[in-house]
Ligand binder design. Structure first.
Ligand SMILES: N[C@@H](CCC(=O)N[C@@H](CS)C(=O)NCC(=O)O)C(=O)O
Length: 340
């Protein structure tokens, strides 16, 4: 018995725990073998994920996936996008058909504890609201008493709508759809008086409606929707790679590192910049990827602020304000723990 324990202890000391070996775990091994990272994304949500005129996926979620690909391969083109219906996002990840979901997905307790996922962070703080036709005269959510409301199956939007209706005593008839294009069609056809989901998505899909100028998002926010990438449980290293890649983009904004100045920043004397850009330390190696992981991610998509402005902010047609998605140093919620 003693001998066995001694032998086991010796084995553990030589082999070491998995996290100390710097070797690729199951998901990273599979990704390296395939040669790309596969992300479930929304098919048509401008600002988050949509196909542009050149056939390329654009948006905050698409770029979050690109950043992960760049962190691993040093090449953002190694991201593959799998447009997925909302209700299929979790099953496709659970079944191992994608490596992560970056699809306007709200972090909830159930999606972790019951569905076997882990959220690696938040790339957009959102909240649910309502899209209505200006011509309807509806100004506030409570004006929707008796209204039919288009809402996506399997979304938090569907659950929040029921809660809100009960809590406020506003009677509504939900019109549930499986795919967002079906929902848009139903709303366009006048089968719903309102369309309800996350407010930023409403601003986005309003641009796709038949009469975009007649659309307005109500000022009422009825829920918290922290959106972010999710991975399967059971592969801590993969979780860390996705989590710290997003953190690196946020940290880069805080340090003033941009796509344009990143090469100059390689010679910065600031210790936190040296660590982030892989000039010193083995921060990449600890996750079995290149020490220049963050450099490649930032170089590929810019820092978080650049990614936000290009896709959803001033550089986009949506022109959403940073609001809660600003850095904590400016009163927002975006905050990266230290990379050290
Ligand atoms: N964020 C919420 C609701 C919004 C949402 O995720 N919508 C889904 C549809 S259920 C989606 O993928 N929308 C974008 C699209 O399908 O293009 C959630 O995680 O459930």
């Amino acid at each position: 018995m003693r001998l066995w324990i001694a032998a086991l202890t010796l084995f553990a000391a030589v082999a070491g725990p998995a996290w100390a070996q710097n070797t690729p775990g199951p998901t990273l091994t599979n990704v390296l073998k395939k040669g790309y990272v596969e992300c479930a994304v929304a098919p048509t949500t401008p600002g988050f994920s949509f196909v542009d005129s050149k056939g390329e996926f654009r948006g905050l979620d698409a770029d979050t996936c690109r950043a992960v690909a760049a962190a691993i391969f040093g090449d953002a083109s190694k991201a593959r996008f799998i447009p997925t219906a909302g209700a299929q996002r979790l099953p496709i990840l659970q079944a191992g058909q994608v490596d992560l979901v970056v699809q306007v997905l709200t972090q909830t307790q159930t999606r972790e504890a019951a569905n076997g996922l882990l959220f690696t962070g938040v790339n957009f703080y959102d909240g649910q609201s309502f899209l209505v036709r200006k011509s309807s005269g509806v100004k506030r959510a409570t004006d929707l008493n008796g209204a039919s409301i288009c809402v996506a199956a399997g979304s938090t939007s569907e659950l929040n709508l029921a809660d809100w209706s009960r809590a406020t005593g506003t009677k509504i008839s939900p019109v549930v759809f499986e795919r967002t294009d079906e929902g848009r069609e139903a709303y366009n056809a006048g089968r719903c008086d309102a369309y309800s989901t996350d407010a930023s998505q409403l601003a986005s899909i309003a641009t796709l409606m038949r009469d975009p100028d007649n659309q307005m998002v109500l000022p009422d926010i009825i829920s918290k929707e922290p959106l972010g990438p999710a991975v399967r449980q059971g592969d801590d290293q993969w979780y860390e790679i996705v989590k710290w890649t997003l953190n690196a983009l946020i940290e880069a904004e805080e340090q003033g590192i941009t796509q344009a100045n990143i090469d100059e920043k390689l010679t910065s004397e600031a210790p936190q910049t040296k660590r982030l850009l892989g000039v010193v330390g083995d921060y990449g190696k600890f996750m079995a990827i290149d020490n220049k992981w963050a450099y490649h991610a930032i170089k590929a998509v810019g820092n978080y602020g650049e990614m936000f402005e290009r896709n959803l902010g001033q550089g986009s047609t949506l022109k959403l304000p940073r609001g809660k998605n600003d850095l904590w140093t400016r009163g927002g919620l975006m905050y990266s723990p230290p990379i050290r």
